[in-house]
Write a protein that binds this ligand. Structure first.
Ligand SMILES: [Ca+2]
Ligand SMILES: [Ca+2]
Length: 154
């Protein structure tokens, strides 16, 4: 795994974008942020850490924006073939989903699967994921090992 270093972030933005796109395989979305789905499945906490190690974060902005979300789903999440974590959870207050940027999820902002979020019927499911089959969300048990999508502002 290639980890982005301080020197990378000090280099010219065009060089950074070229490196991310052409060397590291990140996708530049319409919001000018870059995305990559990682398939070394990880828990939610590990996914947060893995994105941070890459100088990124678990995806938020491109997931909130519906058109970008659709693009990211079609290009990255669906082909990855597995449920994928995004930066949204209700770990702090049960039933109150908050994006990693601190903004609360607005009702109707994303489409949940039928009956979701269900908190696992009381077992405790606090970490949001997107199915690879359809662009719908499910709250998963945070220790589940899923794919994850990172977001970086080059
Ligand atoms: Ca929950
Ligand atoms: Ca669920």
């Amino acid at each position: 795994m290639i980890t982005l270093t301080d020197s990378f972030f000090k280099s010219d933005i065009d060089d950074r974008i070229t490196t991310l796109e052409q060397v590291l395989g990140w996708y530049r979305a319409g919001n000018n942020k870059m995305y990559k789905v990682f398939t070394e499945r990880a828990s939610y906490t590990e996914s947060l850490e893995n994105c941070e190690k890459k100088g990124a974060r678990l995806a938020v902005d491109g997931i909130i924006e519906a058109a970008i979300r659709r693009d990211l789903f079609d290009r990255l999440i669906k082909p990855s073939g597995y449920k994928t974590y995004v930066g949204l959870d209700d770990r702090a207050i049960e039933g109150t989903f908050v994006w990693l940027n601190g903004k609360p999820l607005i009702a109707g902002e994303v489409e949940w699967g039928s009956g979701e979020p269900n908190n696992g019927g009381g077992r405790g499911q606090d970490c949001a994921s997107i199915y690879h089959s359809d662009l719908i969300f499910d709250d998963a048990e945070c220790q589940n090992k899923l794919n994850f999508i990172c977001e970086i502002s080059p």
